[in-house]
Design a protein around this ligand. Structure first.
Ligand SMILES: NC(=O)c1ccc[n+]([C@@H]2O[C@H](COP(=O)([O-])OP(=O)(O)OC[C@H]3O[C@@H](n4cnc5c(N)ncnc54)[C@H](OP(=O)(O)O)[C@@H]3O)[C@@H](O)[C@H]2O)c1
Length: 267
């Protein structure tokens, strides 16, 4: 897709990766409909970006929020949807409040599926259209301490692949992008400390935004960012026992960092 003809609905625009994506999209000449829940952050971004952007404040986990966004997207004549909004939750499944598990699945999996479904008739009416789903390395390398998040992102990857196959005879293409850790507010201090302890690299949001937009411009189907994460994710596909073994060695470190969240609870 040529980015200078793109009219993009960007969810999660008020977040770290969203901010970088919005800036780079506008630099490429795209028109962008920015979405998020934090109206003040979206207004500030609009002030930075000028007339190429519009706003829609909506909670994607609510049916009314999705309906509002679909209406705004139709009026904006979007031809690209970037499902970027997401939340994470760190901690053992046993100690995680069920509400938090549900919220992670709602936000990272059900909300993008619902928004995509609702926008498909409109996207079909465009001469060409793209759907981009922002996943995670944990979608292909599910990790201890991130059970709900890994499950949601693995689901999002399955959604992206099955939808791509379902739309094969249409002019709508689906791209799934799986970043490794990114330096954004998504990661709590405990997660940042864990990443440091495990030696996990973390990318700048601008770097990830550039990779995502390159993939969109080149009509790629799936992009995994970072090495050796890409190798481990691939290995997990046919030899998950090897990954089980590797993560087991890191489990004590993961548990210790998770315990800093709930010092009274056992992991
Ligand atoms: N950071 C990482 O390490 C990392 C690694 C791999 C993949 N990712 C993925 O990258 C994407 C962007 O995350 P980020 O790192 O930029 O995180 P972030 O800075 O925390 O931003 C998250 C964005 O999602 C929006 N959001 C959350 N819940 C929402 C809801 N119910 N309705 C509407 N919007 C909602 C937030 O909007 P408000 O703030 O306005 O509520 C915010 O704009 C996510 O899909 C994430 O899973 C991140």
């Amino acid at each position: 897709m040529q980015l200078n003809t793109a009219r993009v609905l960007l969810t999660g625009a008020s977040g770290g990766l969203g901010h970088a994506l919005a800036h780079q999209l506008v630099q490429h000449g795209a028109q962008v409909l920015l979405s998020g829940r934090d109206a003040a952050k979206l207004q500030a971004l609009r002030t930075e970006l000028g007339s190429a952007v519009s706003l829609c404040v909506a909670d994607l986990t609510q049916a009314a929020g999705v309906a509002q966004l679909v209406q705004a997207a139709q009026a904006f004549q979007v031809n690209a949807l970037i499902n970027n909004a997401g939340i994470s939750a760190f901690g053992s499944l046993q100690t995680q409040p069920w509400d938090s598990v549900e919220q992670v699945l709602q936000t990272n999996l059900l909300a993008p599926m619902r928004l995509t479904q609702a926008l498909l008739p409109h996207l079909r009416s465009q001469p060409q259209a793209r759907i981009v789903n922002v996943g995670s390395v944990f979608g292909s390398l599910p990790f201890a301490g991130f059970v709900a998040y890994s499950s949601a992102k693995a689901g999002l990857r399955g959604f992206s692949q099955s939808l791509r196959r379902e739309l094969a005879n249409s002019h709508i293409q689906v791209l799934y992008v799986a970043p490794r850790a990114i330096q954004t507010p998504l990661n709590s201090p405990a997660v940042n400390a864990l990443n440091r302890a495990l030696g996990n690299a973390s990318d700048r949001p601008e770097t990830v935004a550039t990779r995502l937009l390159q993939a969109l411009a080149q009509d790629r189907k799936e992009v995994h960012i970072g090495f050796p994460e890409r190798l481990f994710a691939w290995l997990n596909g046919f030899a998950p026992g090897l990954i089980d073994h590797g993560v087991a060695k890191q489990l004590r470190t993961i548990e210790l960092h998770a315990q800093t969240l709930n010092p009274d609870r056992q992991p």
